[in-house]
Design a protein around this ligand. Structure first.
Ligand SMILES: [Mg+2]
Length: 253
């Protein structure tokens, strides 16, 4: 089977393991069979809505064995990135799960004391939120840091605007380009690769610009899962392997 070529698997979540509140066809069985075969699994997501604990609980609810330390999320990676640079306070455009991850690294959410403007996913974002963030970046010259540049993602009922769509509004209004911690950039991959000890490692994802491009930059193979990936986008990059659903990893050739 295809999976025999690798010792560790970095699994994207949205579009590969679940879409909305439903597991992707074959994902639960695939992960069980990979674990039975002794493979190391780390979940790597640009999704910044939830804490790692909440992701682990969601996966466990599908019947997938998962603990918070098996999840590398863009929210937790961004909190680590900021803490490593001595940031103690930020203005957050994002959700409570992200705020919790920041708090775990000793970082407050305070507009007055902010050392940076941080952007994650937030489906409740308003014009006022974008205006406040823009002014802090433009007028106070604060750095702009984001979990992800993904402009869309597959929700349960179709394509939906992602963190990158919110970020681009702030970038455009402030005339400032953000530092993006999540895929395809190095900080998230570096953290995830530190957490697996077996080599070779492969990234399994559905977003060419994040998962396939990120794997290429990190020097590891990539497998593109095309089920929830639009064909035109899938054709724009060159993964090492293309499969339709996760089960193709463990099915006999
Ligand atoms: Mg995805």
């Amino acid at each position: 089977m295809l999976a025999d070529e690798y010792g560790a698997f970095l699994f994207d979540l949205d579009g590969v393991v679940f879409v909305g509140d439903e597991p992707v066809t074959g994902a639960v069985e695939t992960l069980r069979r990979l674990r039975d075969a002794g493979k190391e699994i780390q979940f790597v997501t640009n999704n910044s809505q939830h804490t790692r604990r909440a992701f682990a609980e969601k996966l466990t609810g599908f019947g997938i064995d998962a603990r918070p330390e098996q999840i590398t999320s863009a929210a937790s990676a961004t909190a680590e990135y900021l803490a490593d640079r001595g940031v103690e306070s930020v203005h957050l455009v994002g959700m409570d799960g992200f705020r919790t991850e920041l708090g775990r690294r000793g970082i407050d959410d305070s507009e007055r004391d902010a050392d940076a403007v941080v952007v994650g996913f937030d489906p409740t974002v308003t014009y006022d939120d974008i205006e406040t963030a823009t002014r802090l970046v433009y007028e106070r010259d604060l750095p702009l840091v984001a979990t992800s540049g993904d402009t869309s993602y597959p929700s349960g009922d179709g394509v939906a605007p992602g963190t990158g769509a919110i970020l681009r509004a702030i970038e455009a209004a402030s005339g400032t380009e953000a530092t993006v911690v999540g895929k395809p950039n190095a900080p998230l991959f570096d953290l995830a690769l530190d957490r697996v000890s077996t080599r070779p490692v492969v990234m399994v994802g559905d977003t060419p610009g994040a998962d396939v491009e990120g794997a290429r930059r990190a020097g590891i193979d990539s497998i593109l899962v095309s089920l929830h990936c639009r064909a035109d986008r899938a054709d724009a990059v060159d993964p090492d392997v293309r499969i339709e659903t996760p089960i193709d990893l463990v099915d006999a050739d």
